[in-house]
Design a protein around this ligand. Sequence first.
Ligand code: GTP
Ligand code: SPV
Ligand code: MN
Length: 586
Amino acid sequence: MASSVESWVEEVSQTTRPDNVVWCDGSDAENERLIGQMLADGTFIGLNPDAHPGSYLHRSNPTDVARTEHLTFICSDTKDEAGPNNNWMPPAEARQRVWPLFNGAMRGRTMYVVPYLMGPADSPYSKVGIELTDSPYVVANMRIMTRMGKVAMDRLENDGVDWVPGLHSLGDLSPDRRFILHFPDTRTIWSVGSGYGGNALLGKKCYALRIASVMGRDQGWMAEHMLILELQAPDGDTMYVAAAFPSACGKTNLAMLRSPFENEGWRVRTVGEDICWINIGPDGRFWAINPESGYFGVAPGTSNATNPNAMQMLDRNTIFTNVALTDDRRVWWEGMDGPRPDHLTDWQGNSWTPASEAPAAHPNARFTTPATQNPVLSEHWEDARGVPISAILFGGRRATTVPLVYRSFDWEHGVYVGATMASETTAAAAGAVGVLRRDPMAMLPFLGYNMADYWRHWLDIGARASNPPAIFQVNWFRRDEDGRFIWPGFGQNMRVLRWVYEQVNGGKGGSRETPVGTVPTPEALGADELGLSAKQAETLLSVDRDTWVSEAEDQAAYLDQYGDRLPSELRQQQRGLVDRLQKVAV
Ligand code: GTP
Ligand code: SPV
Ligand code: MN
C-alpha cells in the first residue's frame, strides 16, 4: 500500500469521522455485497430479472439530477489562471467555506477508498486516482466507469506514479451546501453535497477533464470532451475520428452508430464516447486513448430506431438512474420504442399516466454500463498507445446558421472554429435548456484553466505535430421553419462520416467552397435518397452571408473577453472570416 495514500485516508477520516473505512478491491464479491446493502436500504430498486438481469434502478435526490456548473469552481491562486470561462474560488476561501462541510460528514456512514485507473491497464498514458466517498452508489458506478481496485493499486505500487486525490461526500445533499472544487496546483478534487454523475464520479469530468487538462497543458498533451470512433471503409481501410460535442449533443450516439451501409462495408466501431486523451506520437500524429471503461449515457431518446446498439448493450448489468419504472419492473423513458405504457412509476417514485404533464423519466436520466457490453466496441479500444486520429469534428446544437458539415481550411482555422463553436444548452446541466451559448471545443464546463491559454495550447500542439488531424464542424440540429430537425441524424450521420473520410483521403466526394469552409454537395450526401427536397438540402448546407456577418461579430465579442491572453492567431482568423464574407456577392 502506498503510504502516501494511507496517510491521506487517515487525515480525511479525522475530519469526516466515518464509522468504517473500506478499501475497495473492485472484486465481484465486494460489488455483490454493496448491491445487497443498497437493495436493503432502498438506494437500489431491483428490476425484473428476466428483462434486466444484473440491473438496478436508482432514484437520486430530486434536487440532484445533473451537473451543477454554478457550484463548480477552479481554485487556482489567481482568478486569471481560472479565466472568465470558470467560477473561481481562492484556495483560502475553499478551506474556510467548504472544508468545514466535510466535518463529521461521514458519521454513521462508511467511507470507501476507491483506487482507480483512467486508461487501459497497460497504457503509458493511463493515470491513477483515489476517490474517498461515502456513497456506495458512487462506488458501484466507478467500478463500471473506471478500472477500479487492484489494477490501480498495482500501478501505483509498481510505477510509483503520482495519483490524484478526490474527496467526495454526499453531505446533506442540500444545493446550498453543494460544491465541486478543483485545485489545479495540487491536483486535488473536493466534492460535497451531490451524488450525481459528473459531480460525484470524480474520475470523469473532475479528473479526466478538469485536472487532466491542466496536466496536459503542463506535460504537452490534451484532455478533451470527445468521442473516439473507428470508421471502416469498404476496402478494409480504417480511419479514426474524434468528435467534441457538448453534453447531450450526440457523442454516445455517433460513437455507436449503426451504419445504413453496413453491407457495403461502411461501419463504425466505438473506441470511446465521452472523453479522449491525446498524445503526439513519434509519427507526428495524434494518438488517442479513452480513459474510461464504461458509459454514463443519456437514456431518453435511446431506442431501437435511434441507437439499436445501445439498446442491446443495456439489456443486462446496467445501473439506471432516474428512469421510469413499468408495473412489471422494466425501465422506460421518453423516446423508447413501442406504445407508451398506460401506467408507470415516474423517476421520483410517483404514479404516472399519459395524462401526467411532466415526463416519466427525468430528461437527464442515465444508464451506467460497461464498455465491454457494447456490441460494436472496437478491437482497438484498449490499445496501449491509443489509436491515430485523422479527423476532429466539432459540433453543437444550432437551430440556424451552421451547416450540416463543413471542413476548415487548415489547423489554425480549425482551432478558430472550435474556439467559437456555440450550442443550445441541454438537461445535462442544471439551469435553462435551449439557450445558445459559446462552448469552445465543448469544454466550457470542463476546462481547469483559462480558455485563452487552452487555445494557445491547441495552436502549439498542432504546430508540434507534423501530421495533425483535419478539422470539421458538424450540426445535426438545424431546423426548418416549422421547428423540425431537417436532418434525420443518428445512423444517417454515416453519410457525413463517409464524406469526411473522402475529404481526408484526397478530397474526393463532391464539395463546394464557402467563406466558412468546404461543404458537401447534396449529391455527395445522397440527399435525395433520404427524401430531402432541394430546398431542405439547400437550407441544410447553406452559408448565409448576413447571418454569418453577425455570427462573426458575435464571435469577436466572445473572444474579446479574453483580452491580452487571446492568441493573436485567433484574432487574425476572425478578420479572415469577415474578409471572405465581404467578398461574397449579394
Ligand atoms: P453526454 O453524455 O451528456 O456528454 O452526451 P452525448 O454528447 O453523448 O449525447 P448523446 O449521444 O447521449 O445524445 C443526447 C441526446 O441527443 C439524445 O436525446 C439523443 O437522442 C439526441 N441525439 C443524438 N444524436 C442525434 C442526432 O443525430 N440527431 C438528433 N436529432 N438528435 C440526436
Ligand atoms: C456530461 O454532462 O457531459 C456528461 C454527464 O457526460 S456527467 O457525467 O454528469 O457530466
Ligand atoms: Mn459528456
